[in-house]
Unconditional design. Structure first.
Length: 256
């Protein structure tokens, strides 16, 4: 594992912007790295990628100096281990509703003494040959990001307890499933609950990120950052669709 550039930026108090990748598209990762995005979220909950594909996406991220995170399909220790061993620098874990679930995830993602992550070689590039085993474990523990997702009413109710779990670095508050869990009360109410959750997480001394953002509504995304969000994620496909549509519309208008 390399030094985590996203974590360093968060520690500086700067907001980070990430692109959500839901396909095996290393070139898309390279593109977002080249234009200055801070991280990519490799979506393996909804996307089709397996760990072999994730490893190649991580290589593209490393070559482009953009931090790779993975959204895992489940909470299992073995799942978290396999993604981390492929080189992702953080895991975003869906549907975390209790402090006990968050604690289990935090322990699965780190080595002793902070957790019980299985010790193995992983990728050769991740091995710290210049370090002792103890130094290497400490380096990895310091550089991994553990990010439970807050996307159900139960999680909102337990938010303070989840935010205070040792080893949890950031909470990712996601609009889509949260809105469903709330019974689809309308965007304004969902946004209000999300902004309140951001403030509560920040008050607990943890970072807050916001997902499910509309790429055609940058003002709403900026408002989440103003409310205290440390990071935001945007669909890479959504951003590319808007750029492609704008280009076509402009060319058609200019050629009349």
């Amino acid at each position: 594992m390399r030094a985590n550039l996203l974590k360093a930026k968060l520690e500086q108090g700067k907001a980070a912007i990430g692109a959500l990748i839901n396909a095996d598209a290393p070139e898309t990762v390279e593109l977002f790295g080249a234009i200055g995005y801070d991280f990519v979220l490799i979506d393996c909950e909804h996307g089709p990628m397996g760990v072999d594909q994730v490893e190649n996406i991580v290589r593209a991220a490393e070559a482009s100096n953009i931090t790779p995170l993975a959204r895992t399909p489940d909470h299992a220790d073995a799942t978290i281990l396999r993604f981390l061993d492929r080189g992702v620098q953080g895991v975003i874990v869906p549907h975390v509703n209790t402090a006990l679930q968050a604690e289990a995830i935090a322990k699965a993602a780190r080595y002793y003494p902070e957790g019980h992550r299985g010790a193995g070689g992983g990728r050769p590039s991740a091995l710290r040959f210049s370090m002792t085993q103890e130094e290497s474990r400490r380096f990895v523990n310091d550089n991994v990001l553990v990010i439970p997702m807050i996307e159900e009413v139960e999680a909102i109710e337990n938010l303070d307890a989840i935010a205070n779990v040792p080893g949890v670095d950031m909470l990712h508050i996601a609009a889509g499933d949260l809105s469903q869990s709330m019974g689809y009360p309308g965007q304004e109410e969902v946004w209000r609950v999300m902004e309140d959750a951001v403030r509560r997480v920040r008050a607990a001394g943890k970072y807050a990120s916001v997902g499910g953002n509309n790429p055609s509504n940058p003002q709403r995304v900026a408002d989440f950052i103003k409310a205290g969000a440390s990071a935001v994620t945007i669909s890479a496909l959504g951003l590319m669709r808007i750029a492609a549509d704008d280009f076509r519309t402009n060319v058609e208008a200019m050629s009349q």
